[in-house]
Design a protein around this ligand. Structure first.
Ligand code: SF4
Ligand code: SF4
Length: 322
């Protein structure tokens, strides 16, 4: 590995089976000879023995199609996992006892229009390169590239159809998925590039999980008294967040960016009085901590003096006996 490569963070997203990656970097104009349709002999062969991490937008789309509240969908169809190379929690799609996707039938995918982003990408994978934080401003955009996953069972590679990766993305509805998940993916990559040396509290991880997987609970949090007394949300914004799940999801990403990485956004203003209260509270806590430290120091000094007196008294008693 060259020195340059070792200074980069490589985040692979949307590769369902990374063990069969072809060793060529592709870009948007690279050609892809591939076609998948019900006529291929392997139809649905790829819908088993897979690892599908669901993005927030995947969860939203699929559960709305199934008409399920977020918690029920998560419980029935997913398992919590850590997102690749991070300590950020996410969810993986459960498979049935035979290792098959719960949405596959002989006729194909029963949620095809809402299928997960990973399924849309296959057999293309996407990765990002980001310079490590000490080498580059962490606001620098990550470099995006593609690769091909070629598995023996997949006969789509023997079809004649040729498209560029750019055309493939449009054809599969990937552009829309990626656009919806963009801010969330940025958060995951940012966390990856910071590495685990920057600690994230358990509370922060819980909020990340809730905001990225369960928008029903996140909405309850946003409309709680403590949230509304901390952040300025005008009436129009509140109405949108009450009625529009996609708006709420994007707000969740901005909230996470602000609370996890301090990336402030004009749509998420902390209330002045709350800021003042917080500053006062911090001042008070600091003054109390200083006072406690002073008292502890005085007690230590006193213990030391007592000990000194005891030793001297003992010495003089021993001297008197001799
Ligand atoms: S969601 Fe659809 S495309 Fe994806 S693995 Fe399941 S059945 Fe196949
Ligand atoms: S061609 Fe490839 S992607 Fe299509 S069904 Fe067969 S294995 Fe799956």
């Amino acid at each position: 590995m060259s020195n340059q490569e070792s200074n980069q963070e490589n985040s692979t997203l949307f590769a369902r089976n990374p063990s069969n990656i072809m060793p060529h970097k592709l870009n948007l104009d690279s050609k892809l000879q591939f076609s998948c349709h019900p006529g291929v002999s392997c139809f649905t062969a790829c819908c088993g023995n897979i690892n599908i991490i669901l993005t927030p937008y995947d969860i939203l789309r699929i559960r709305r199609t199934l008409n399920l509240p977020a918690d029920e969908f998560l419980l029935r169809f997913t398992t919590p996992v850590y997102l690749e190379k991070t300590d950020l929690p996410g969810v993986r799609l459960n498979l049935d006892e035979e290792g098959r996707c719960p949405f596959v039938t002989e006729e194909g995918c029963t949620i095809y229009e809402q299928r997960p982003t990973t399924c849309r990408y296959y057999p293309v994978g996407m990765s990002y390169f980001r310079e490590s934080p000490e080498k580059k401003e962490d606001t620098a955009p990550a470099e995006e590239f593609y690769f091909l996953v070629k598995e023996d069972h997949c006969k789509g590679h023997e079809e004649d159809k040729v498209q560029t990766i750019r055309e493939w993305r449009v054809d599969q509805g990937i552009d829309e998925s990626d656009e919806m998940n963009k801010e969330w993916m940025e958060l995951v990559m940012r966390r990856k590039s910071f590495g685990l040396q920057a600690t994230l509290s358990e509370q922060a991880k819980r909020i990340f999980f809730m905001a990225s997987t369960d928008l029903d609970k996140f909405r309850d949090m946003v409309f709680s008294e403590s949230f509304l007394s901390s952040y300025e949300l005008d009436d129009a914004t509140q109405q949108k967040l009450r009625e529009d799940d996609v708006e709420l999801m994007r707000f969740a990403f901005r909230f996470l960016a602000a609370t996890m990485f301090g990336i402030r956004d004009s749509s998420l203003k902390v209330r002045e009085e709350r800021l003042k209260e917080k500053m006062e509270q911090m001042k008070k806590e600091r003054a109390e901590a200083e006072q406690r430290a002073e008292e502890t120091y005085k007690e230590l000094l006193k213990d030391h003096e007592d000990l000194k007196r005891d030793v001297e008294a003992k010495k003089s008693r021993t001297g008197a006996k001799q």
